[in-house]
Design a protein around this ligand. Structure first.
Ligand SMILES: [Fe+2]
Length: 395
């Protein structure tokens, strides 16, 4: 018999917030809670049984019906190139998982391999087909669920994210700078789907990350300059075959929204070859396109080694901190045969992004921190980590 693990008050704050304000669990819903077995034993889909049991109990307490599914994810190579899989040859969502998704009203997902932003295109397409909202719970272990990162009110991050998105205005000029010599600039193009406005709430969407932490990506037009970076977000670092923290900075020269030159050490050489292979798969225009300056909005998105022993996962969490900004290399959206969501995020810590002369972030300082609408949400939660993230870090 398994004993229900006792839930400490820190975890209760986070679990309740996630279920009520991110998942928005309703009575009588069938809720699929998914986790992968490798994550219990040092694999990349990091998870523990305690968090799964807390969430299961929380779903049940709301009058809904939780079903927990522990699955094997396909064993496969990390590095995706030089030959890229196609839609026909790529690994698939396991069929039992897909059938469980079909029968669910809500999906709470703890499997990193099934993230809609970085992995298979099949996943977001399936969510849409099944009209299935997915919570991507990234606080997948008990220490992470107790962290200030998970205890920061979900509504506060949503407000910060939305108000930051409001600062991204189609037609204005943007400028990204860093003391390391980075200087990129261009115009803000239209938002995804050709929309004029960028901000949107996630509440009714199929994709609901918990904790949330990134604002909508700027669609750059006529981007020019240099981008010097020494980090890559871990999922695509693994797929390309470079470490998330580089041994030497890489300097990208960008002309008219395209990568014109890649200079640096060992990682630059790998990136050059990767982009060449990508050009073979999706064409030069898509492979060398640079897109999406955007970054983190979560003031407490830094965790200690005691809270998360895996250094790559700590890097992943840190990419949601306001000190982190990233660009994406490559655009595969126009190539229907390419099976992955290309999310090659090259990352800078401590940069400044301005749009239309207004500061979105400045080395971790958020432009919306003084917005009275953001302050009003923060004031509702005086006992929780909020805009004062620096006072709660690593707790
Ligand atoms: Fe991104």
């Amino acid at each position: 018999m398994t004993v229900q693990p006792l839930m400490p008050p820190e975890a209760a704050q986070a679990v309740n917030d996630m279920l009520d304000n991110c998942a928005c669990v309703e009575r009588d819903q069938n809720v699929l809670i998914l986790a992968a077995v490798d994550g219990l034993h040092g694999g990349r889909n990091i998870v523990d049984e305690t968090v799964i049991a807390w969430i299961q109990a929380g779903v049940q307490a709301r009058g809904a019906h939780p079903s927990v599914l522990w699955v094997d994810m396909p064993v496969r190579r990390n590095v995706l190139w030089p030959e890229f899989a196609t839609r026909d040859t790529v690994w698939r969502i396991p069929p039992i998982v897909k059938n469980a998704m079909k029968a669910a009203d809500l999906f709470i997902n703890h499997v990193l391999d099934l993230s809609s932003e970085e992995e298979l295109r099949e996943l977001p397409e399936t969510l849409k087909e099944f009209k299935l909202p997915m919570v991507r719970n990234m606080a997948t272990t008990a220490p992470l669920m107790m962290s200030a990162w998970a205890r920061t009110p979900h509504d506060l991050i949503a407000e910060i994210r939305f108000r930051t998105g409001e600062m991204v205005v189609t037609g204005e000029r943007w400028e990204l700078t860093h003391p390391n010599g980075t200087h990129l600039e261009g115009k803000v193009g239209k938002a995804p789907g050709g929309k004029e406005v960028y901000p949107y709430w996630r509440r009714n969407g199929y994709y609901r990350p918990f904790p949330d932490g990134i604002y909508p990506a700027v669609n750059p037009v006529g981007c020019e300059g240099v981008f010097i970076f020494d980090h890559m977000m871990p999922v695509w670092a693994r797929h390309i075959g470079v470490p998330p923290a580089f041994s030497e900075p890489v300097c990208l020269t960008v002309r008219d929204n395209k990568v014109a030159k890649v200079e640096g050490g060992a990682e630059a050489a790998v990136l050059r070859d990767f982009l060449k292979a990508l050009a073979n798969a999706i064409g030069e225009d898509g492979a060398y396109e640079i897109r999406a300056p955007h970054g983190g909005v979560h003031p407490s998105a830094l965790v200690s080694a005691a809270q998360c022993p895996d250094p790559d996962y700590r890097e992943f969490i840190a990419s949601f901190h306001p000190s982190s900004l990233h660009m994406h290399l490559g655009q595969a959206g126009h190539n229907r045969d390419f099976p992955y969501n290309l999310h090659t995020a090259v990352e800078l810590r401590g940069a400044t992004l301005k749009i239309g002369g207004k500061v979105l972030h400045d080395n971790g300082r958020l432009g919306v921190a003084d917005d009275p609408r953001v302050q009003a949400v923060a004031a509702k939660y005086p006992d929780r980590p909020g805009l004062d993230g620096a006072r709660w870090l690593y707790t």
